[in-house]
Design a binder for this molecule. Structure first.
Ligand code: GUN
Length: 291
């Protein structure tokens, strides 16, 4: 069994980006600038956004964090997005999700200019991804593809089961794994809350990608011997022995599943760190597209 080490791989990608930014600076080219909008005070979202900003600093990018009150109107948020769309120094930006209930998330996603949509959530970019055209690929799926690529995990002709159809992870993942590419060329099944016989379907998976947000949902008896298991879950569960007061649990019951696999991502240190590396890669892509 090989552990797909997202922490180490993302550190490697960030180092590659740092070197490239240094070279850009030497050549007088533009330094990538990523902005993030964070609405409200959700603990997990604050952690993610802070680590995105910190990673920018570490590799020499410019970054801007815009914090807005959770009571902000949809109109005001859309105005802030317009300002970032018009700001020529900012190459790409994200609006951290989820948003408060009174704001229409889809409206927000569609307001971001596709050329600055480093999350790859805009329908134009999502459509381009589905067609295999050059675009921004959403950060978490792109991070998973990068892990599979760098560890040379065989995917061609394999049966790939995805659990969860979120627009951020499950749905794009199912599309990418079916494209005629490397990694890719899988026979894909996208499963969700209405799927019947999920256990039997999982047992047939050569590659199992779990992104439903239920801690330790996938157990050993659901996994075929030799399968590749990608765990996208990161649920905070209370833990008084930790300084933070919580620990992170994946969607996969690691102890019963790992011994059966050929490759597996741990939680933490698997998919999570790859997401940030992908966002940074997309931001550099946004700058280069303009050159
Ligand atoms: N919330 C959870 N994952 C993501 C992500 O990749 N991008 C944004 N904007 N919000 C998220």
């Amino acid at each position: 069994m090989t552990i797909l080490d997202g922490k180490q791989t993302s550190a490697q990608i960030k180092e590659e980006l740092r070197v490239e930014v240094e070279e850009r600076k030497r050549k007088g080219l533009k330094v990538p600038h990523l902005a993030a909008i964070l609405v409200g005070e959700d603990g997990a979202s604050m952690t993610y956004v802070n680590s995105k900003v910190k990673s920018c600093k570490a590799i020499g990018y410019d970054s801007t964090l815009i914090r807005l009150d959770s009571a902000i109107s949809e109109e005001k948020l859309l105005e802030t997005i317009d300002e970032l769309n018009d700001n020529t120094d900012i190459d790409g930006f994200i609006v951290q999700l989820p948003l408060p209930k009174h704001i229409d998330e889809q409206k927000v996603i569609e307001r971001v200019h596709p050329e600055k949509d480093v999350d790859g959530f805009h329908p134009e970019n999502f459509g381009r991804m589905a067609l295999g055209l050059p675009t921004f690929i959403p950060a978490t799926p792109n991070g998973i593809m990068e892990l599979l690529r760098r560890y040379e995990v065989p995917t061609e002709g394999k049966s790939c089961i995805v659990i969860g159809r979120s627009h951020i992870v499950g749905l794009p993942m199912s599309i990418l794994m079916g494209l005629n590419d490397v990694p890719g060329n899988c026979t894909v099944t996208l499963t969700h809350s209405r799927t019947k016989n999920l256990k039997e379907i999982c047992q047939n998976a050569d590659i199992l990608i779990v992104a439903l947000g239920k801690p330790e949902f996938v157990t050993g008896e659901m996994v075929k011997e030799g399968a590749v298991v990608i765990d996208v879950g990161i649920t905070r569960v209370p833990d008084e022995t930790k300084k933070s007061g919580f620990r992170l649990l994946g969607d996969v019951h690691y102890d019963s599943v790992a011994p059966r696999t050929s490759f597996i991502t741990p939680v933490p240190g698997g998919v999570g760190p790859m997401t940030i590396a992908s966002l940074l890669q997309n931001t550099l892509k946004a700058v280069k597209r303009k050159e």
